[in-house]
Design a protein around this ligand. Sequence first.
Ligand code: GLN
Length: 275
Amino acid sequence: MGDAIRTAATRLAPISDTARLDAELLMAHALGLTRSDMLLRAMREPAPEGFAALIERRAGHEPVAYITGTAEFYGLTLAATPATLIPRGDSETLIEAALEHVCEHGGEQGRVVDLGTGSGALLLAMLANREGWEGVGIDASEDALAVATGNAAALGLAHCSTWHHRNWHTPGWADDLGTFDLVLCNPPYVEADAQLEPQVREHEPASALFAGPEGLDDYRVLIPQLRALLNPDGIAILEIGANQAEAVGALAAASGFATALRRDLAGRPRALILI
Ligand code: GLN
């Protein structure tokens, strides 16, 4: 099996920056084991039937998370399907910022809303780390909400979360949601003509990625609506594209917010905190 992983990693190298990891994850999936159990226990056994087919799917640019049906986010294992964006490590920046803010302000209890929740990753990561908080997730896609509610149930977080089918372009969409101490949002923010890797462009939902010519269309609609969603001391944390800090900051200022920027692990601007 060690040989099979090496061969597969070579096969995937042209299409993936993480070829070896991809091969290991797909091997673990083929065996029904975690990656660490596979590496510890099964390396000397022959490769299982079906492994080669998984590698061919990956070689055709299908993301590992859609092949295995799972993705890791902030220590949580989440179901992933093509109905939702695959949670990204970069988005953990928002959770770090949120948890820091909540710790500093002694928030034992609070309400958090995740706008465009997709798989539920942001909301569930927050709730998993904040007992006593309750969360609301909204999404314009019913298929995405089915994934999110399944994830909430699987993580034992259904009791503190509710999920609603809403579209922030529809007037009145938030009227019955109440107000929040924290708004989290990873909206679509990719420029319409951006060059994306095939694994993103051909497989992930366009509705979760693209937001007009500059990638700003959803911020333009959302930011003016945030104040009405927030409690007086509430803050909003928005994911942004690496080159959007200035433009989104200007939209926030026009709606009366002060802002702070937080960078991801690669040092790129990733989260804008609206205060
Ligand atoms: N960071 C994602 C990407 O570049 C985009 C996420 C989004 O639009 N919300 O693939």
